[in-house]
Design a protein around this ligand. Sequence first.
Ligand code: DPX
Length: 558
Amino acid sequence: MTTTVGQYLSARLGQIGLKHHFAVAGDFNLILLDELLAEGSTKQIYSCNELNCGYSAEGYGRANGAAAMVVTFSVGALSAMNAIGSAYAENVPVIIVSGAPNTNDHGSGHLLHHTLGNTNYGYQAEMMRHITCATEVIFSADNAPQQIDNAIRTALRERKPAYIEIPCNLANAACAAPGPVSSLLSEPAADPASLEAALEETGRFLYARDKVVLLVGSRMRASGVIDLLPALADRMGCAVTVMAAAKGFFPEDHPAYRGVYWGEVSSPGAQEIVEGADGILCLGPIFNDYATVGWRATLKPENTLLADLHGITVNGRVFEGFSIRQYLEALSARAPRRAGSAETPRQPLPTIAPAPRDARLTNDEMTRQINALVDGNTTLTAETGDSWFNAVRMDLPGGAKVESEMQWGSIGWSVPAALGGALAAPDRRHVLMVGDGSFQLTAQEVAQMVRYELPIIIFLVNNHGYVIEIKIHDGPYNYIKNWDYAGLIAAFNAEDGHGLGLRATTAGELAGAIEQAKANTRGPTLIECDLDRSDCTETLVKWGTKVAAANSRAPKVN
Ligand code: DPX
């Protein structure tokens, strides 16, 4: 039983549950792309460039649990690195496969195109090693199956990207056929002694405390155990809050929900509940400078239990050797009731009164209308910028999902990521909020939404500049060239597309545009929302001031 290296990879991608892979062609990967097409387990989706290809895979992986992408050597792979950094920072298992020079050219002294112009072709793998959890450079078809399996298995277990390099003359070389996929998918068994000790210490922590609260962080997405949270909350009877990057990770219509904890810019009442608690179960949190509002919202270590993907820290002790799923499943069966924090009711979010139809469009009115569009089957992708703050202040129905990239924070991420998410979850409604500055980085990927007829509704927030940067630190570099954003769609449609480009300057125009977007099922609808530059959320201004203060701390002098 034999196959080819490319078909082995293709079969494995299908077996781990992928239905698509993303690709940009180049002469070092053409045979590999042929092999993937021939084996056919996953559909090949083309991207405009490798950065977008990576972000699309990252977005797909969020919705589907993993993703794959294929690029060419150097000119492709180096462009993709920003997106692979995103997948690493955001814990998304993206398998990046790069075509590479012919094996006969390695060590030959031959000078090749698409390279740095020296004859050592190992630099790409060296660079990738820093932003992936496994780096496999294939030099022989015989070793390819183990190397491919190791990269995929490690990515799935670590919830990080992995890199596979396949020379152009090995993609169709014969190799052994795959064995059972369970060797890639199975989770290692928990160490029973460590898990039991962790649960006992958790019990001691919880019994010694009255006001216990759950704080859900963004690494819970990677853990794939978000669905376990309501049962844990029901058992403990305590209040549940989420971090900004984990907006929507707990159903907001659940009685335990108390809002987003984000220090001084928390939802009403959430800061008091978290900072007033004597026991905070932090589940998959990322406490970076943004999340802590410039290091101001730091929780007391003695009050926190930190549960991360592969272990917990509590009462000054560290326990490892089990996954967060194994820990939460066991905890859900034996956690004590700790309902003290739930006595404080949820405070309502500030309501936004509807604007008259002919009123100038405002940020508030735009957010109100987008919030009304979001139902329990919607995935809302929110780009870095004021869109974060607008998403965080929305009142979401149960089932609604939010995707943001608050650890990596690379503008331009959201357009390809929304495309990836829409391919992975075609039965959901996909809504994207993206600022004008961010959009300019990856705008051309809307053309692929047109190509694949993805009915994504894009709210292009044209506030005429890098407003979040203007609020943090102003200067001429924050003002960008305006585009006719709505007009771009005609160019992307060309002769056969069904995209729709609309522009809203009043509340009524926006309402009309949303109705047209709902009816446009054969392509994206981009609604350019024209706002005044000064019109942004209050929380952005408050947060931006504190983050700027942290950024401008003077160097310490010895
Ligand atoms: C930059 C940011 O227009 O949104 O709501 O107006 O801020 P807002 P826009 O999309 O502008 C985004 C802009 C320039 N950040 O305000 S957040 C710096 C930056 C980054 N990523 C990359 N380059 C620069 N975050 C890739």
